[in-house]
Design a protein around this ligand. Structure first.
Ligand code: C2E
Ligand code: MG
Ligand code: MG
Ligand code: MG
Length: 274
């Protein structure tokens, strides 16, 4: 566009853009080392039911960069997806989650907890994905029924038949599936019918102004009804206020995740944090 407007406007490629390109490149270089240097960590955020009982946790990746400090997954996951690093990183996340599930399986007060793991479309579409998950379950002895894989609508759009087959193979092992950030993508409702999903997660962008925005309230209400009538679990994300919780409870949503109940936390502090 700058070129079409004439040679001089090339200076529109300004210092800010240049920095961000350079910064991306340098972050990307560092990300290659992050796994080996032990800079990645997995934090966990609780999910609770309408009685306040913790039913499970979501694993959320964190990167502690030696110079920059904490880098948000919203920044580095897209980079890792572009350069393929999401495959080994995603494997590491799954391995940590499976090891944690195996530990909990022997402790009566934790044995019923689920761990939800975000799976990138890039990772999910690797031909080895099923074997990888099966291998980790076997190797760690984690109970497959406690593992919930969170996928997004963008995955479902790609190759519906292949995606469905992959899901069915893992489902046959007991693994469960959640559709994350529901309502923010472009998925068609027919996917909900065809795919072996267990759970819908209502995106936090609809929860934020639930109490003041009639459109958000209508979307959330309809999503709950849809999930319930399809026999799916429905989890509200980003619940921060008691009033949001009360609204959700009154509208038939009985599972929640959000700062009201706890922030993502290292495992050792998880059950003392709230
Ligand atoms: P997500 O899976 O939708 O995760 C929920 C995000 O909402 C998390 O952000 C969480 O910290 C944040 N959150 C939870 N409760 C609240 C709340 O009450 N208020 C607000 N404002 N935010 C809340 P986070 O940890 O920064 O992760 C961002 C996204 O990065 C995740 O969204 C997920 O898409 C991706 N991600 C995180 N870990 C992984 C991973 O291991 N693999 C992959 N592929 N993606 C990941
Ligand atoms: Mg998620
Ligand atoms: Mg989400
Ligand atoms: Mg999200």
């Amino acid at each position: 566009q700058a070129k079409a407007a004439g040679g001089n406007t090339l200076c529109f490629f300004n210092v800010d853009m240049q920095t961000s390109v350079l910064e991306r490149a340098s972050l990307e270089g560092d990300l290659h080392q992050a796994l080996a240097r032990n800079e990645l960590a997995l934090h966990y955020q609780v999910q609770v039911d309408h009685q306040g009982v913790t039913t499970g946790v979501e694993a959320l990746l964190r990167w502690y960069h030696p110079q920059r400090g904490w880098v948000s997954p919203a920044t580095f996951i897209p980079l890792a997806e572009e350069n393929g690093l999401i495959v080994p990183i995603g494997h590491w996340v799954l391995q940590c989650a499976c090891e944690q599930l195996a530990k909990w399986a022997n402790q009566p007060s934790y044995a019923a907890l689920t761990i939800s793991v975000n799976v990138s479309s890039v990772q999910f579409q690797q031909p080895e994905f099923v074997r990888d998950v099966e291998g980790l379950l076997a190797q760690t002895q984690a109970p497959p029924g406690r593992l919930v894989l969170e996928v997004t609508e963008s995955l479902l759009m790609r190759e519906p038949t292949r995606v469905r087959n992959t899901m069915l193979k893992l489902r046959a092992q007991g693994v469960r599936f959640a559709l994350d950030d529901f309502g923010t993508g472009y998925s068609s409702l027919s996917y909900l019918k065809r795919l072996p999903l267990d759970e819908l997660k209502i995106d936090q962008s609809f929860i934020r102004e639930l109490l003041t925005d009639k459109t958000d309230a209508a979307i959330v209400d309809t999503t709950i009804l849809l999930a319930v009538s399809l026999g799916l679990n429905v989890v509200a994300e980003g619940v921060e206020k008691k009033e949001q919780l009360d609204w959700l409870k009154g509208h038939g949503c009985y599972r929640y995740q959000g700062y009201l109940f706890g922030r993502p936390t290292p495992i050792e502090y998880l059950f003392e944090a709230y």
